[in-house]
Design a binder for this molecule. Sequence first.
Ligand code: URA
Length: 442
Amino acid sequence: MLRMYDIIAQKRDGGTLTQEEIQFFVKGYTEGSVPDYQASALLMAIYLNGMTAQETAQLTAAMAHSGDMVDLSAISGVKADKHSTGGVGDKTTLVVAPIVAACGVKMAKMSGRGLGHTGGTLDKIEAIPGCTVSLTPQQFFRQVNEIGLAVIGQTGNLAPADKKMYALRDVTATVSCVPLIASSIMSKKLASGSDCILLDVKTGNGAFMKTLEDSIALAKAMVAIGEHNGRRTAALITDMDVPLGHLVGNSLEVQEAAETLMGKGPQDLLLVCKALASNILVLAGKGTGAQCEAMVEQALASGAALEKLCLMVQAQGGDAGYIRAPHTLPRAKYEKQVLCEEEGYLCAMDTEKIGISAVLLGAGRETKESTIDPAAGLRIEKKTGDPVAPGDVLAVLYAEDEAKFAAAEAEYRSALTFGPKAPAPIPLVYALVEKDKVTRIS
Ligand code: URA
């Protein structure tokens, strides 16, 4: 008979768990027959001693099967998903999903809310007046079949084992562990039912994974899990040492995404979105890398991608007029400039602190219960590598309550490092991780 005590001891002593033992733990913990203290002990043993690729794949499959496995067979054609490990100013889904849909690949996407200093796509979509992220499965399937894309909150009971384990990891210092992060993310991706999964693994001071090596290790683990479970999976490693684009905050990020689809967005965001979109098309079997890049260019230049975002907003209850004229999106009541006091170059930005500054302005949640101000956030005027002089505007802060500016400005200023010399340029896309292959891009 299996006993949690023996499973914990086995992992504590550096052993390998069997599929049966892993399933016993996941099922027991989800149902409540395994208590938190035994689950904590096992998670810490995994944190300290790791897991083999096979154990990680088995853990992920057990977590995915702990709840509903979404069946997307009602949607015709190839279904693709993308997932970002989280960042600041990362509005890529709002650009990439419409491009991919315009190229004929369905995006049936379940997204999340902001977490800590990072933003979440659902909060951004809800910043568009009238737009909902709650569709019934039938509405979701119909919308994706008709217009090629939908972005909604998780439906039903998706990977409940992850929900419990993530909450426990959060309070037992067992979050930053590759097999545990990989199984957490991939259990939800597998349960969401897409055929292809493109992962955007962020690296740098604003990301979960601060070093390129750790980011590649996480990407490899997640790609292996996806492929092991029959999904075409790849990962791009992209930068999060600098916020992506210029706008941070929900309504502001919708504005920047729409401007990017119109050809008026920032270059860094555009480049990352093109790389993500073309790699999704490659995974979905639409052609070679070069052919898919050309399809992406065409979807942007023709306005077809912008049209897809308008259709999605309309289908989800919003007014597409906000997308066609993004400056009409709700604006915050107050704004405040952050002025430069230095001469030289902006040498580094602590991206996590910039995310926290946006949270302090009301763009994110400080506690689970907090409500967010959709129009709050910030516009970054100077980024890493830019020359600066006293009096230059470094950023503009936006809030519904002027009292929020002092703490947010202090946090923003504390994120910046100035110096006399320009820093080395930071790459935007570092590597492509595919099954059994890592291609360094810069
Ligand atoms: N995101 C997740 O969903 N899970 C983790 O463990 C880390 C990031």
